[in-house]
Ligand binder design. Sequence first.
Ligand code: AHM
Ligand code: MG
Length: 337
Amino acid sequence: MYKIGITLTQYIIEEQRKTAQASGEFTALLNDISVACKKISSLTRKGDLIGILGSAGSANVQGEEQKKMDVITNEVFIEALQNNGHVAALASEEMDEVYNLPEDRVRGNYLVTFDPLDGSSNMDVNVSVGTIFSILHAPEGILNPTAEDFCKEGTQQVAAGYCLYGPATILVLTTGHGVTMFTLDRDSGSFILTRENVQIPADTREFAINMSNQRFWEAPVQRYIAECVAGKEGVRGVDFNMRWVASMVAEVHRILTRGGIFMYPLDSKMQKSGKEGKLRLLYEANPMSMIIEQAGGMSVTGYERILDMKPHSLHQRVPVILGSKNEVERVYSYHKA
Ligand code: AHM
Ligand code: MG
């Protein structure tokens, strides 16, 4: 147990002390990431004052329109991570290929994948957005890691986290020993530990799904949502509530705070266009699944545990159903039925 009120820096130094052979590199990497998140937090608060809203006029590798802030926050992350000798390479939603460091930079022992500004369409309407990151071990003795080096099962993540830019800026971290939350104190400029050993209630009466895709869903998801919507009068015998922020970070944060189920399932529209899902495995689904499982929740595609999947490519998409254990278990059982 840590004291509520210690800084993220103190926390990660204490964590490092628990590992006898720790070199301090991982601690320093987490510090770099927190610096990037603070910069992004500051930018998101300025919005129109510094002309950063709206489209960048470009598209990313997935053919999605890039917002100015997608491009800017990607740069912030690269700058925070490439100069300090803690990473070997980076991969991001906003870059087609693996980002290899300039030749003169010292290579570190870690790979980092990130979505620098998830839910970026929310920026223009002043609704919560977030950053998601995942840390993997880098292969030894390789100067320029390849996409294959990043394609590891989610179970191999060393750490995962996100930073939510909402009314407060909150960094949520797991190193595989539970989930800890830190709130940015703007006066001191430090992330302060505000919650630890976060646990998701196993039961919930709240679901999050984009209902406009209903006609495209597969039968198990149709069944589950129909039962929720039927409420007290249906087979569940209880009323459900619905939320959809269109920002996965905000949805996961709500689920960590008070329970819930979030779904971006496979649908026939995606399948027709050759997509395997909406969300990306390496920098969205895997880190969020690690956090959810570490908080006692569950995360599946419908058919399998997300963290067990062997990725086939850097920008692979995957269906995601995560949150309160008993509800995710139920949806999973409907897929097996
Ligand atoms: P992004 O990474 O391009 O921002 O997209 C991911 C987001 C998730 O945060 C959110 O759950 C989903 O896409 C929103 O989808 P929709 O546009 O169907 O509401
Ligand atoms: Mg995203």
